[in-house]
Design a protein around this ligand. Sequence first.
Ligand code: HAM
Length: 442
Amino acid sequence: MIAKIKGTVDILPKEAARWQALEDLTRRVSKIFDFKEIRTPIFEATELFHRGVGDGTDIVKKETYDFMDRGERSVTLRPEGTASVVRSVIENKLYTEASLPLKYYYIGPMFRYERPQKGRQRQFHQYGAEALGSYSPSVDAEVISLAVTYLKALRIDNVKVKLNSLGDKESKASYRQVLLDYLAPKKEHLCGDCQNRYQDNPLRVLDCKVDHDNPVLLEAPKPLDHLNASSKEHFEAVRKYLDGMQIQYEIDKNLVRGLDYYTHTVFELIADHPNLGANTTLGGGGRYNDLFKSLDGPEFPAVGFAFGLERLILTMEDDQEEEEGLHCFALAIGEEARVHAAKIVRTLRHGGLIADYDLLDRPLKGQFKQAERQKAMFLLFLGDDEIKQGVVGLKNARTGEQLNVPLKTLYPTLVEKIRAEAHACSGNCEDGCDGSCGHDHE
Ligand code: HAM
């Protein structure tokens, strides 16, 4: 047997319904905020991520899937979506559009060679949103608002928004030097990984998972305390918008994020949920005003975020989602009736009904069982008599009510009955029912 690659999963039909529900909701919430979908390739030139995400990041150093294609070009399976969106905006000159900011979102697979665990895979899925073309702090708040609304729509409680600012390019560079000077004499007190990060990516030392209680880090200078005047002003304005929208957040002075392109605002959304295990960060993002320039584009500011969909699915696992059944299942007695059933089902499907029939040449009893397994709302009976009379036996699977319907009026009759059935109440319907259900309400 050939097994799947480590760190990948099959989303089986049973789970696919939940994924579809998540994706539908993702699109709906994006639409409410007027974000439009963008779809970029899942592999790109390796250089895009080296320059975009950053040579010194863990993602580029240890986690990308790189390979030479048959034309000897180095290509990489995308580890994230932001660099691709920026590449696409530059390549398609979307930055010249009159309506700014551009507001784009994407849903799709990403690839990182990480140690697999609950909520962490090598092929995983992200929902990302990017607002491009505005320096205004209102946009930082707007994308955070979208992120918070999204989790609310998913009914995920106990969400914490962590917020920080790294400042503009100038603030970041001067802070980097302050941090290097501070850490230089204390390097040997850092964990092995952080000793390496000191060289390549010193800011990452701040949010080390191993060293978080290390006094060297607790006492380290923080980016937020080294912002220049305009960066401070930007951050204060972002906070003002968030406060105005009554979005709660916590300042986390150690939050730096794992990608190099951030300037100014960075944020993460954390949830406290028993299904999440160690990976409680649902999503994160920030502003990246210099990424366009470093990818040979024009000066074009932007801010965005991404969520890991596997982690969101984990929080939805307790939801009891009723699997959708069939509108009708056709049961046939006899060879001729089977062909007749196939033809009728085909016509009903053309009319948009979810219809099926036996494909295993089962006896009638087996066909009944199959209709039940597929949760058919109505059963259609076809035998020699029905064919002769030009009728179909129609039975409501819930109430047992049964009648013969002329073949000619089968479709409109079914449509009407399906509509009535969808509104029929279960008997516990005080809230939703208009009283037309026929049940006795107290
Ligand atoms: P990120 O923090 O690297 O940011 O990833 C965003 C989210 O993707 C994480 O919070 C996590 O939920 C999910 N994720 C990351 N790696 C894995 C994995 N191996 N398995 C499962 N889920 C994972 C970015 O990717 C940025 N592009 C976000 C952004 C957009 N910043 C600005 N715009």
